[in-house]
Design a binder for this molecule. Structure first.
Ligand code: SF4
Length: 416
């Protein structure tokens, strides 16, 4: 976006320009975006302020009505220089400064596949965008549109390029990544893409998947977990709840037993696997008993990394019209679920103490094991990022492992 905005000449404007790429996943995220825009305006009275991203896509009029905002552009246009040229000069009304198109008309994923990079160690490659499901709590499809996939050839080329530039790990991302391929000729599944990347880029050290929907995971993906050592033993699962009735009301496609069976099967295939999961606390109509079913899922699935979302109604979604729980109950249940998550993480960290683990070094001696557990390497804060070295785990502080680098992998290229 920065590159496109600069190509449109925004960088040369007196006062400069600020681009806000907003998130709409919760009402709180959108509120924070508004707050950040107001603050930016106070601190930069002469800058042009442009708002894009999912909150701009789902609530264009609300951002257009903000005096602080000069231009609102949609997700489908934010990667095009010409969109930034649409910046009005003066005297426009709220309606005129909004340039947001219908996201459901988009059929192609942008060719700009690299989402983000972390130092010299890890790069994120977006292989899919949008979602064809309509979970009753979720606003995302209205921000991102229907599911679109990047063809395998393009992804392999991108991973090759990143690996050639010294990245040790590539993470595949998508809004509903396990639906990858559904819109491509022949309808290939995610397992096929994973195989193609590992085969096509033999020099790639680590391939990781971001969040997946376990009920959509195909057999080839599971088989790859078992026999592709470079596919990292870590899956973040979009589980959302542990109670069947609530899962139905959420319009999810799996039941509690499906989640448990998936974790068991994946663990059989890859015993060192670790699971993370998204869980929503306090969904409308959630009884004490239903909540307990989410709580016990942590243990039954063997989850180590929890992302807990206190339910927040998103206007326009079916769940916002269901009978709501009080905010106090929602908060209390989220806190209980987070405590269960903290305990599960501490147990996971404890199990690793004394082990020797391969660690991808990121920055200042910080790195991650194959199953994505964070490690601080106390004896070598100066170690080069991007390489995978062996470390002995000496302890943990409840969040991060403490370790000592014990063997350097001499085959690692050293970056200039
Ligand atoms: S599958 Fe995920 S992105 Fe799609 S509607 Fe459901 S929660 Fe939202």
């Amino acid at each position: 976006m920065k590159r496109e905005a600069n190509a449109a000449g925004l960088g040369e404007l007196p006062g400069g320009a600020l681009v806000f790429n907003t998130c709409a996943v919760t009402a709180e995220a959108t509120r924070q975006a508004r707050q950040a825009i107001r603050k930016a305006r106070r601190e930069n009275p002469d800058a042009r302020i442009i708002v894009t991203g999912c909150a701009a896509q789902t609530e264009p009029a609300a951002f257009g009505a903000m005096d602080e905002v000069d231009l609102v552009i949609g997700n489908g246009d934010k990667m095009k220089a010409q969109s930034y040229r649409a910046l009005p000069d003066f005297g426009v009304n709220a309606y005129e400064k909004v340039r947001v198109n219908d996201i459901f008309e988009l059929t192609e994923t942008a060719a700009h596949m690299v989402d983000a990079i972390e130092g010299r160690a890890r790069a994120f490659v977006q292989v899919q965008n949008g979602c064809d499901h309509r979970c009753t709590f979720c606003i995302i499809p209205y921000g991102r549109g229907n599911s679109r996939s990047v063809p395998a050839g393009g992804v392999v080329e991108e991973v090759k390029r990143l690996t050639g530039n010294g990245y040790g790990e590539v993470v595949l991302t998508g809004v509903d990544m396990t639906s990858w391929g559904g819109d491509l000729p022949g309808g290939p599944k995610l397992g096929r893409l994973v195989r193609a990347i590992l085969k096509g880029v033999p020099e790639l050290k680590r391939l990781r998947l971001s969040s997946i929907d376990s009920i959509e995971a195909d057999d080839d993906l599971l088989a790859a977990l078992a026999d592709e050592e470079r596919l990292m033993p870590h899956l973040h699962l979009s589980l959302q709840h542990g109670d069947d009735l609530i899962l139905k009301r959420m319009k999810r496609r799996h039941l509690r037993d499906d989640a448990i069976a998936f974790c068991r099967k994946a663990r059989e295939l890859r015993p060192d696997i670790a699971f993370g999961a998204d869980l929503i606390a306090g969904f409308p109509t959630e009884t004490d008993e239903a909540f307990e079913n989410s709580l016990s899922l942590v243990e039954e699935c063997g989850l180590s990394f929890l992302h807990v979302f206190p339910f927040s109604p998103r206007e326009g979604t079916p769940a916002a019209r269901m009978p709501q729980l009080s905010r106090a109950i929602v908060k209390d249940r989220a806190a209980r679920l987070r405590r269960a998550g903290d305990a599960a993480l501490a147990a996971h960290l404890r199990r690793k103490v004394g082990a020797t683990e391969p660690v991808l070094v990121e920055k200042d001696g910080f790195g991650r094991t194959a199953d994505y557990t964070p490690v601080q390497l106390n004896n070598r804060p100066d170690i080069e990022p991007g390489a995978v070295h062996s470390a002995t785990i000496t302890g943990h502080d409840g969040l991060t492992l403490q370790g000592r680098l014990t063997a350097l992998d001499k085959r690692e290229p050293v970056h200039s």
